[in-house]
Ligand binder design. Structure first.
Ligand SMILES: [Zn+2]
Length: 261
């Protein structure tokens, strides 16, 4: 248990501190430059088995972090960075925000081909959309579920594997969505492990994430792998493995809606 808490702490540390490449020099971005087209589906894919469910997708981070602060949830006194810098690949040299956008775009196309509608929170790296605003866009988009795509980092470069995150049952803001968020996190994680054979690091529950607390729909944060692990970082930068990650996430979405229809 102590080990698990230490792992959670290190996850928070890396996900909410500036990354190792960019220095915060300019916070002068467009506050409202969100690309949020609803992408219609005209596909007749045999996998399509939904009634036009809407999936909101957020590619984690952005080219420049915004280290001013906002409450971690509605009415909270605790604050966190509006958007942290994310991490970067120790072998690939990719920034997390670049990787997440590439994978999220692939996921968008796959979900559309399976009969879903998709709302993209961002489609460019040059935006400034704080975490609470990402939630607001998703909440107002009539989306059924929300996937936030991230990659992980740790001081221990041996650490590898996939984690999904959701709130605890006692979350002060969205405890009513706990069961659905937990099940969504479970479906996504298990399906990704099945596709990739990556290490299963489990579903982690936390109430300290503004990227969870502001939502009014079921939400999961997907940590696709560790960019601090040379092997996993290299894998995640490849088309081949990205496609596996995407297939896994899309299978997880299908699985979630088999019950929550
Ligand atoms: Zn991240």
């Amino acid at each position: 248990m102590r080990k698990k808490i230490a792992l959670i702490m290190s996850l928070m540390f890396f996900c909410f501190l500036p990354g190792c490449i960019y220095v915060n020099t300019d916070n002068n971005q467009n506050e409202n430059n969100a690309n949020r087209d609803i992408n219609s589906n005209n596909s007749t894919s045999s996998k399509a088995k939904t009634n036009k469910k809407i999936i909101a997708l957020d590619a984690g981070h952005q080219a420049k972090g915004d280290l001013s602060k906002e409450p971690i949830g509605p009415g909270a006194s605790e604050t966190k960075y509006k958007v942290s810098y994310g991490t970067c690949g120790n072998t690939s040299g990719l920034n997390e925000y670049e990787l997440t956008l590439v994978v999220t775009n692939k996921l968008k196309n796959e979900l559309i081909s399976r009969g879903y509608n998709v709302v993209m929170i961002r489609e460019s790296n040059n935006v400034n959309i704080r975490n609470s605003q990402r939630a607001e866009i998703a909440n107002n988009s009539n989306s059924d579920i929300f996937l936030r795509i991230h990659a992980n980092s740790d001081n221990n470069s041996n650490l590898n594997g996939i984690i999904t995150l959701c709130q605890t049952p006692n979350n002060p803001y969205i405890s009513n969505l706990y069961k659905k968020s937990r099940y969504l996190s479970h479906c996504i994680l298990e399906s990704m492990i099945e596709e990739t054979n990556a290490t299963n690091r489990g579903v982690w529950e936390t109430d300290s994430m503004s990227g969870i607390n502001w939502y009014e729909i079921p939400v999961t944060i997907v940590e696709m792998g560790f960019m601090s692990n040379p092997k996993e970082d290299t894998l995640m930068s490849s088309d081949y493995y990205q496609n596996k990650l995407v297939q896994g996430m899309a299978n997880g979405v299908d699985k979630y809606f088999e019950i929550n229809n």
